[in-house]
Design a protein around this ligand. Sequence first.
Ligand code: NIG
Ligand code: FE
Length: 391
Amino acid sequence: MQRDAPVPYGLIEDAAIAVEGDRIAWIGRRQDLPKNVEANCNRHHDARGALVTPGLIDCHTHLVYGGDRAHEFELRLGGASYEDIARAGGGIASTVKATRAASEAELLAQSLPRLRALMGEGVTTIEIKSGYGLSLEHEAKTLRVARTLAEQEPVDVRTTFLGAHALPPEFAGRADDYIDEVLAMLPALHEQGLVDAVDAFCERIAFSTAQTERVFEAARKLGLPVKLHAEQLSDSGGAQLAARYGALSCDHLEWLGEEGAAAMARAGSVAVLLPGAFYFLRDTRVPPITMLREHGVPMAVSTDCNPGSSPCTSLLLMLNMACTLFRLTPQEALAGATRNAAQALGLKDRGVLSPGLRADFVLWDVEQPAQLSYAMGSNPRRQTVHGGRPA
Ligand code: NIG
Ligand code: FE
């Protein structure tokens, strides 16, 4: 796919890609390949009819966590709601307990298979949030594990500090005091090079807009971009607030209203759609896709990989669900896991196949791009190239 291409998906029939180092040097129709590019090429690969897309980008995950929440899944099937469980001290708090109890090595071992599953479907860049540590020690541990994953595997990891995810038990009834703590954690983690962006959960079971704004102010002072879990369970005005801070993205958005969508459009914030959470929580309120389209808000699609609302390690399945549940077109879904996902992470060097951008791409054994979101549970990936190298 190429930016602003007039044909669907920007598809180029019988294409060639020249790679130099970790970058794309040239891309176009094979017959147009410049003679000097071809002459300087010391290795040729025949893609044998594969469809080539940019490396997939999973732009919203909570991949590093301890334990699981299968028991709460049973409780929910018995009638308890996600909010009931959270209010009774379960939900995010139970994962916080398991994450704090895990050593760094254990956390790494538990997270690695999830990462590998995503990479097995062509993910070359992934965002990983903290938010199950909720103290300096355990948030730092989580973010270090995220960084270590990128050292061990051929994948790029962007880390997001989500200290304002839930109230840890030791701060029960003292949410404002906990936000003070978050504001103290942020510069310390940033100093250790562990933070690429800052996120918060703005919701009636989490933090208010006023509390979220304090976190955003602190991020702004450090020059860090912000993102927000917004309007997932109610319309709390989070999207407008995030837009005022030039948020890279607002995520979930089932309850997003017209003003929020307009504010996002003005700010250039991406709408990150998370059909896995919608499905797993048996939600019935679909994010306002038509409204987002009308306002020209770019849409991304992500797994939200986490133990409570989306225990999912398949971005391809999310493309399918974005189409079936949210009525995205397969072309929008694919852009949501490539071009718009890159934008949601503030990354300008990937997400499309263009000269000068990273040579992150996937060879798929499919005839047409719609097959990537059409099939459920199949994986047509033949080969991933990450930074110009087979991965
Ligand atoms: O993106 N909404 C808040 N955070 C996660 C869920 C966290 C959990 O339940 O463990 C989400 O859905
Ligand atoms: Fe999330």
